[in-house]
Design a protein around this ligand. Structure first.
Ligand code: ADP
Ligand code: TYD
Length: 203
């Protein structure tokens, strides 16, 4: 089973990935939690390039870098692990490129879809949770965490509003796969909602 988490920055994805991973491990499942971009030596190196503020990266190269990292992770880790029955949980996946590079940056959706399908070898998640928060909540949370902004986080408010809308569109197009979860609820409440959906799929 392949489960992905999506949402704008600081929506609470990695918190929920960890909780779901622990819960499924306790149920006796073999679980592998990953993050994008990352998860392999090559993809982590690409992540460093992508998030470094010193780097001048345009929309086209940004898309190709994110998707190169994805190609490396899919072929080296995700597909082999799914083949041996591991539950793979990924913090971001192909939908991030649709939301950020297409809805956010304005790259034609068909271009992003074509590249995504190529690098994922047409692999689709069984379930995708979009942890949904407003842009105001995102700004609040990054202030509280006193987070140092990376290159992606230098984007303007309206960019994040477009990304959030992109996720909403995706959930309307594929309601069986893409579930919007209210990210302003407590960490426990969100986890309960998520585990219910996962258990439905596992049964
Ligand atoms: P992401 O992986 O989406 O960037 P994180 O899981 O790192 O998000 O969470 C971002 C920040 O928000 C952290 O400081 C985390 O403790 C906090 N946080 C996570 N979930 C919630 C929640 N449901 N309510 C309030 N704060 C949260
Ligand atoms: P990360 O620190 O993982 O973000 P978050 O705190 O939201 O989990 O940084 C990843 C950044 O890269 C984030 O701003 C989203 C962006 N991104 C894309 O723009 N396209 C993509 O395909 C992926 C995977 C991420």
């Amino acid at each position: 089973m392949f489960i992905t988490f999506e949402g704008i920055d600081s929506s609470g994805k990695s918190t929920q990935v960890e909780k779901l991973s622990d819960a499924l491990t306790k149920l006796g499942k073999k679980v592998l939690a990953l993050r994008e971009p990352g998860g392999t030596t090559v993809a982590e190196a690409i992540r460093t390039i992508l998030l470094d503020k010193k780097n001048l990266i345009h929309y086209e190269d940004e898309l190709l870098l994110f998707t190169s990292a994805r190609a490396n992770l899919v072929s080296n880790v995700i597909i082999p692990e799914l083949k041996i029955g591991t539950v793979v949980i990924c913090d971001r996946f192909a939908d991030s490129s649709i939301a950020y590079q297409s809805f956010g940056r304005g790259i034609k959706r068909e271009v992003v879809e074509l590249i995504n399908n190529f690098v994922t070898q047409n692999l689709k998640p069984d379930l995708t949770f979009v942890v949904d928060i407003s842009v105001d909540t995102m700004i609040e949370r990054t202030k509280i965490a006193k987070k140092i902004h990376d290159r992606m986080e230098e984007n303007k408010i309206d960019f994040y509003a477009k990304v959030r809308n992109g996720y909403n569109v995706l959930s309307k197009e594929e309601p069986n796969r893409v579930k919007i979860i209210d990210g302003t609820k407590s960490i426990e409440q969100i986890h309960e909602t998520i585990i219910k959906f996962v258990q439905q799929k596992l049964n």
